[in-house]
Design a protein around this ligand. Structure first.
Ligand code: NAP
Length: 327
């Protein structure tokens, strides 16, 4: 099979290559999936670039945690009836050397979730990190029923789903921050009541005006480093700030506004959800997919051989999920 790999961290063009490798065999408890689409997320790109660590956990890595395809074979302990099943994949490159940027992947059967018939493989390849992160940011710590939510970066891969999940979970109001009109249109189409430009001077004043000076109950934050101080001013007493992303390693939380308002800060990483949260997320996501309720937002697509260009597109901040069309 053909698979993209890197053996050292560095710039995409310098370290990514596509090789012919043996097709893996599914081990006990595993499925073998013929990959149709491989979703690329910022974490895949940062890891390949060596932004977190230049030491590789494995001598050779096939990147990407997300993907979608069809089960072709199963290992011991897995029902043969799963062969032929359309699936979407999550956590495929988390603590594993072999991710989805390959024609085949063998992985634990629990990481291959049935993909409803009317959901295409490109959408399926956007679910693992973006949709599960958005779901958790909305559902964690009591959820958002009857609450006012501000989704920062509402046109981002995570933000776009977070708006939809907040609406589906019964939020009273959903506001979004964006950087311009194209992104505002995306956030509004996803269900935001207002999409406010966070780069304008009066962004904070607009949020406060829309909430009668009270602030929002929950902020779902894409860039903790840039926004955390302002978040403390825009969130209401007893509210919470759910930080899933940051533009830098330090997120300086302002103590006095936070303590005076009894604020709660929550950081999480989607790869490490508790089993209960994971099960709830998968069940609800499947329900919403079956109802055809979710808008997906696949972005530019590339072939497997163009994986370096695809990584560059993610680095440049492509709108929508960048996906490799593997088959
Ligand atoms: N903790 C986790 O498990 C987890 C899971 C998924 C993603 N993440 C992280 O979350 C971040 C976003 O991921 P993604 O896949 O959604 O990326 P994405 O598709 O590139 O979306 C990011 C969005 O945020 C906007 N944005 C950037 N800086 C902003 C700021 N200071 N304030 C408000 N909006 C801002 C961007 O648009 P503009 O630049 O035009 O504003 C873009 O629309 C990444 O850093 C990623 O590594 C973490």
């Amino acid at each position: 099979m053909r698979a993209a790999v890197y053996e050292r961290t560095g710039p995409a063009e310098a370290v990514l290559q596509v090789l012919d490798l043996p097709t893996p065999a599914p081990g006990p408890g595993e499925v073998l999936v013929r990959v149709h689409a491989s979703g690329i997320n910022p974490v895949d790109v940062k890891t390949r670039a060596g932004l977190r660590s230049t030491a590789l956990p494995f001598p050779r890595i096939t990147p990407h945690s997300d993907g979608a395809g069809v089960i072709e074979a199963v290992g011991d302990g897995i029902a043969r009836s799963r062969c032929g099943e359309r699936v979407w994949l999550y956590n495929a490159a988390w603590g594993r050397a072999a991710g989805t940027a390959a024609e085949y992947i063998a992985l634990p059967a629990t990481l291959a979730v049935p993909l409803p018939e009317h959901t295409d493989f490109f959408a399926g390849a956007c679910l693992g990190i973006p949709a599960l992160t958005a779901w958790q940011a909305v559902a964690v710590d009591g959820g958002v029923r009857d609450k006012t939510v501000l989704v920062a970066g509402g046109a981002g891969a995570v933000g776009h789903y977070a708006i939809q999940f907040a609406r589906a979970a019964g939020a009273r109001r959903v506001l979004a921050s964006v950087s311009g009109p194209e992104k505002a249109a995306l956030a509004l189409a996803a269900g935001a009541e207002q999409a406010l430009n966070y780069r304008t001077e009066d962004f904070a004043a607009q949020v406060l005006a829309l909430t009668d000076g009270r602030g929002v109950d929950r902020i779902i934050e894409v860039d903790g480093k840039a926004n955390i101080a302002q978040d403390a001013a825009l969130v209401a007493a007893e509210g919470d700030v759910i930080v899933y992303g940051t533009g830098g390693a330090e997120v300086p939380v302002p103590f006095f506004p936070s303590v005076l308002k009894n604020l709660r800060y929550r950081f999480f990483i989607v790869f490490n959800l508790t089993p209960a949260a994971r099960a709830a997320a998968l069940a609800d996501l499947t329900r919403q997919l079956l109802r055809g309720q979710l808008q997906h937002h696949p972005g530019p697509t590339f072939g497997l051989d163009d994986i370096a260009a695809a990584h560059r597109a993610v680095e440049r901040g492509a709108v929508g999920n960048v996906v490799l069309k593997v088959r």
